[in-house]
Design a protein around this ligand. Structure first.
Ligand code: UD1
Ligand code: UDP
Length: 358
């Protein structure tokens, strides 16, 4: 195939869908490799079904492991495939280990790499994703930035301006494409939720991997549930730590399995506020105008703060910030970040088509 996409973890799928669709319109031959980094039905298959994403041509089935073993497994399998049938271009998404592995393999085989969501920086190398972002951008040939700050970071790191494309946000393409499928009343009824509730998601290692932090986090989440019902579709990572720390013992905090994309964004759209440590959810709430409280000391997506509805908050301050957020009017002043208009996939496809000489 001319273009090979490598995806593997939940947040990759809503980013890849609009790019693949737009490249299809150019009649470009494409293959999709799923690394198998995420493999539960609810972390992977449901996105393919709901987003009409083509079936992966191959699933490497690498599964979970340490950073080194997971990254190495993807690299070893992918190298074989790329040697046997080299594409003209490899496209990778975001900052997950699947993207890192694919970037390293492709670039060493002299296959150009296009990075979708390039240039995001938290400037916090204790985050595994920050290391992945830096390395991936360093070796990528085409860098697609979702926000002006990201393009600036790439320039500051010495990447030539003619390789950096500010194209907008393909994850937001997916959100806008599906707006009329987000059914607030339907999801409230399905989950027997009241009109006012908070949605939470938690999966960052810095929040859930350490049992002591997990205790603090559970206390903070319980202090939210003291004020308003909380629904928490819980990522598998850290689940046992949080449960051991007593997460399930509050009547107003409901933990459910990870939700499908349509159900999840419906829930977010109807929420009084969101508490999260996700990257993508900071962007989706910004687009929907739903207040977002991000349980992290920093964000690689500062535009969600300067333009959007996002705010960084510590575990210790969470209860108070939730109280003030619930009292405030819904933010009326938020602006949509530039180029978050549903056309990022098309812009990316145009650049790629040009690169392939079409
Ligand atoms: C990964 C990404 C992170 C991203 C997140 C999105 C890296 C380094 N991290 O983190 O940037 O925000 O995905 O969701 O790439 N597990 C399951 N079922 C699955 C997948 C994972 O049970 O389908 C469990 C396993 O116990 C596994 C753990 O979750 O060890 C972590 O999975 P992994 O893919 O290593 O990292 P995430 O925390 O999901
Ligand atoms: N998401 C979902 N179901 C859930 C939680 C999240 O469909 O139960 C979607 C969310 O809308 C967004 C993506 O998953 O599109 C974000 O993935 P995640 O938070 O796992 O990763 P991150 O963005 O932090 O890397």
């Amino acid at each position: 195939a001319a273009v090979l996409h490598v995806a593997g973890a939940r947040p990759n799928f809503p980013k890849a869908a609009p790019v693949i669709r737009a490249l299809d319109r150019f009649g470009i031959r494409q293959r999709l490799i799923h690394t198998g980094q995420h493999y539960d039905e609810r972390m992977s298959d449901v996105f393919f079904r709901q987003l009409g994403l083509r079936e992966p041509d191959i699933n490497l089935g690498v599964g979970s492991g340490s950073h080194a073993s997971q990254t190495a497994a993807i690299m070893t399998h992918l190298e074989e495939l790329l040697v046997a049938d080299p594409p003209e271009l490899t496209v990778i998404y975001g900052d997950v280990n699947s993207a890192l592995a694919a970037a390293l393999v492709a670039t060493k085989l002299h296959i150009p790499v296009a990075h979708v969501e390039a240039g995001l920086r938290s400037f916090d190398r204790s985050m595994p994703e920050e290391v992945n972002r830096i390395v991936v951008d360093r070796v990528s040939d085409l860098l697609f930035a979702t926000s002006p700050d990201a393009a600036v970071h790439l320039g500051n790191e010495g990447i030539a301006a003619d390789r950096i494309y500010l194209v907008g946000n393909p994850m937001i393409d997916t959100l806008l494409d599906n707006l009329d499928r987000f059914d607030i009343a339907g999801i409230r009824a399905a989950l027997a939720l009241p009109d006012r509730y908070i949605v939470a998601t938690l999966h960052r290692p810095a929040n859930v991997d350490d049992p002591v932090d997990a205790n603090d986090l559970v206390k903070a989440m319980h202090s939210v549930a003291d004020q308003i019902p909380v629904i928490l579709p819980l990522h598998p990572r850290g689940r046992s730590h949080l449960e051991n720390a007593g997460l399930l013992s509050h009547r107003a905090l409901r933990v459910v399995e990870p939700l499908g994309y349509i159900e999840f964004v419906s829930l977010v759209r109807g929420a009084a506020a969101v508490v999260t440590d996700s990257g993508g959810v900071q962007e989706e709430t910004t687009m929907l105008g739903v207040p977002c409280l991000t349980l992290r000391p920093n964000t690689e997506r500062p535009i969600t703060i300067t333009h959007g509805t996002n705010r960084l908050v510590s575990r210790a301050a969470l209860a108070e910030v939730v109280a003030s957020t619930l009292k405030a009017e819904r933010p009326a002043t938020w602006r949509t970040p530039p180029l978050w208009d549903g056309k990022a996939g098309e812009r990316i496809a145009e650049v790629i088509a040009g690169e392939l000489g079409l």
